[in-house]
Structures are given as C-alpha cells and as structure tokens.
Design a protein around this ligand. Structure first.
Ligand code: PEP
Ligand code: MN
Length: 338
C-alpha cells in the first residue's frame, strides 16, 4: 500500500500515518518529494485497507499497488509527469532533444558544440566530464575542469546541462557546478548505493537502462531513487546486449511502448550508443520519436573524426540540424511538437 500526501503536508500529518502503520505491525518508507510525499507500507499489507488512511489529515489517497515498483508506476499516478529542467518541460507534449559531445574535451570544442546545439534548435546539452571507459588507459574525462568548461559553454545559450555521475564522491562537485540533470550510465544502473545517494538530491536524474537489464530491473532501479524522495526521474533506453554483433547494441523500441505504459515518468532514447555508428542515428531517432519517446540524448561533435571518445557515432552539426527537421515532421504527425 502507498499513502499519498499533498504538497503542503506537515511532519505531524506524516507522523500520524506512520503511527497507524506501526500500530498495524508494519514499517513506513517516507519518500518526501517536491510535488507529493509518498509513504510506502513495508510488511504484510493484507490487513491494510484504504479507509484506514484516507480520513487522516493531509492524506490525498491510499491505494494497493500490485507492482513491486510503486512510486514510479503508472498504477500509482495516472497522468504523465512533466519534469521541469530549468524551465524546460520534459515529458509533456513538447519533445526535447538533448545534444552534445560524448566527452568534454576543450573549451573551444564545448563553445562550438553549444553554438551548434543552439543552431539546430535543441534546448539542452550533454557532455561527459567523468567517463566510464572500457579501458583504464583511455581518456577518463577532465573531471572538475570538464564541468567548469561545460558550465561556461552552456551559459552563453542558457542551456541546462546533462552530465554523468559515476561515484557518490562526485556529488559535491555536481552541486558546486549546479549540474541541471544527473545522468546515471548503463554500467551503474544497479549501483544501489549510488542510486540511494541521488535519491536524496533534488535534481532531475536520467537513469539509463543497464545494457543487460530487464524492464522490471530498470523500473526497480528507479524506485530506489524515488524511495529516497527524488521523484524527478527520466528513463533512457540506450540499447541492450543481444547475440547481434553488427552494431554496438540493439535499440529496444518495444521498451518505449512498454515503459510508457508502466510508468508516468518521461522516457527518452539514446540512439548514439545503441547504433554505435553515426549513419544509424537518424533512423533510430526517427523510430524512437514515432514510437512515443519524450526526447532523445544524441551525440554531436563539431568535428566527429577528431572526437576523443565515441568518434564513430557522433553526428556532425549539419547532420543534427537535418535530423531536427525530420523529427519536427514526425512530431507533428503524432500530435506533438519539437
Ligand atoms: C554516455 O552517454 O556518454 C554513456 C557513456 O552512455 P552509456 O552509459 O549508455 O554507455
Ligand atoms: Mn559516448
């Protein structure tokens, strides 16, 4: 059972609900979000019914949720959640394309990238300062200096910035540079301690799907973040591992439809890490938007052949511009805007 409390709930009202749960022999998980506070019952729920809670002050509703994931499930919240990212809505009718290089390399590369992202008509920018690389000898990202370069480049266009957090010890830096959206990469999707830490922050989080994670594992990973009180979660499908070796990963388009049914939270797609080749990116992007994705996370580099990381899959500025025009047409055809 979950008990949903309104925006202006008081500690006393929460305490009354918790007490009632404890009297019934259960424990409570209090997830205090900005929009709503959700109290989850932990223990044998069979003896609970909604009427035990709905008359209590501050309670908006109480319900049995059959799914293991509660706060992120559409069962618990019917309408689409729209996440506000520095004034830009994600999850509503308008589709958001987040573009930028794989990694932050130099100030001029970031300044140029920001200019091209702006010219293509995108409203948010990506770029990695901490890079999870397969080889320990490959470029690992500039770290703090990278965040600094990213912030400076984005400031000129007022872009919210999206960048990957690999370790809880980096959180203070992310707060120092006021990172707008924290990306949790595919390799960390089930790093539960990291998920718990971002669950304590009041920052939107992009949770990438683990490359071998099932839909239910992905939803449960998000529930870890939500359980801590951070309800601003964006799911990102980025391709999964299969027997196929002709491309980097297999973009699971089916997951978009399933996730939109299972969760009220926004679902976006990363076509770049799915295909692994720039020439595949337009086709995968078009499929994703047509299938109902709320946005894309796309790699674009001012000069892809010079990219320090993921050179093969970066779009050129021109290719991004062209893609935006096509995506605009698809958005129109399905009653959305870009
Ligand atoms: C990235 O977006 O740069 C990245 C490393 O993605 P993933 O975690 O999906 O591999
Ligand atoms: Mn990359």
């Amino acid at each position: 059972m979950i008990i949903i409390m309104g925006r202006d709930v008081t500690d006393e009202q929460i305490g009354t609900v918790v007490k009632r749960l404890e009297t019934a022999g259960l424990k409570a998980n209090i997830s205090r979000g900005i929009e709503r506070t959700v109290i989850g019952a932990i223990g044998d729920e069979r003896q609970l019914n909604e009427e035990m809670f709905t008359p209590l002050p501050g309670v908006e509703s109480a319900m049995h949720v059959t799914k293991q994931y509660k706060i992120v499930s559409r069962e618990s919240h019917k309408q689409n959640t729209v996440i506000d990212i520095g004034g830009i809505p994600l999850g509503g009718n308008q589709i958001q394309i987040i573009a930028g290089p794989c990694s932050v390399e130099t100030q001029s590369q970031m300044d140029l990238s920001a200019k091209y992202v702006h010219e293509a008509g995108c409203r948010m920018m990506r770029g990695g300062a901490f890079k999870p690389r397969t080889s320990p000898y490959a470029f690992q990202g500039h770290g703090e200096e990278g965040l600094q370069m990213f912030r400076q480049a984005a400031a000129g266009h007022n872009f919210p910035i999206v960048t990957e957090l690999m370790d809880a010890r980096q959180i203070d830096l992310f707060l120092k540079y006021d990172v707008d959206v924290i990306q949790i990469g595919t390799r960390n999707m089930q790093n539960f301690d990291l998920l718990k830490e971002v669950g304590r922050l009041n920052k939107p989080v992009i949770l990438k799907r683990g490359m071998s994670a099932t839909i239910s594992e992905w939803l449960m990973a998000a529930e870890y973040i939500a359980a801590g009180g951070n309800h601003n979660i964006i799911f990102c499908e980025r391709g999964i591992r299969t027997f196929e070796t002709a491309y980097r990963n297999v973009l699971d388009v089916t997951a978009i439809a399933v996730m939109k049914k299972e969760t009220h939270l926004p679902v976006i797609v990363d076509p770049s890490h799915a295909g692994g080749k720039a020439w595949m990116v337009p086709a995968l992007s078009q499929a994703a938007i047509a299938a109902g994705a709320d946005g894309l996370l796309v790699e674009m580099h001012p000069s892809p052949c010079d990219a320090w990381c993921d050179a093969d899959q970066a779009l050129t500025p021109d290719e991004l511009k062209k893609l935006m025009v096509t995506l605009g047409a698809i958005a129109g055809a399905i009653g959305r805007t870009l």
